[in-house]
Design a protein around this ligand. Structure first.
Ligand SMILES: [Ca+2]
Length: 92
């Protein structure tokens, strides 16, 4: 995707819509410590570059989790809509 900075983009709505933040391995915060609070809001995920992502239901990588190795246009498909509170990102 030309012009889009490498990283993991999280969107509040499905189909990569709504407010969004970019996170990477150095800055994986999506909750109260991030510039835009995405806690329990993420509905789609776009992975730009070679990353693997694990979304967790609770802070500090607790609770239910899903692993993504590619884009997710609608986290409802993963039964994980508006659920993610912490995230781990790995370079592949
Ligand atoms: Ca949402």
């Amino acid at each position: 995707m030309a012009g889009v900075k490498d990283g993991v983009w999280l969107y509040a709505d499905s189909n990569y819509q709504g407010k969004n933040i970019r996170v990477d391995t150095h800055n994986p915060n999506i909750g109260v410590y991030s510039p835009i609070n995405m806690n329990d809001l993420v509905s789609s995920v776009r992975i730009v570059g070679s990353y693997e992502v694990i979304l967790y239901e609770h802070m500090n990588f607790q609770g239910r989790s899903i692993k993504l190795t590619g884009n997710a246009v609608n986290l409802k498909d993963f039964n994980f809509n508006d659920t993610a509170t912490s995230i781990q990102i790995f370079k592949r």
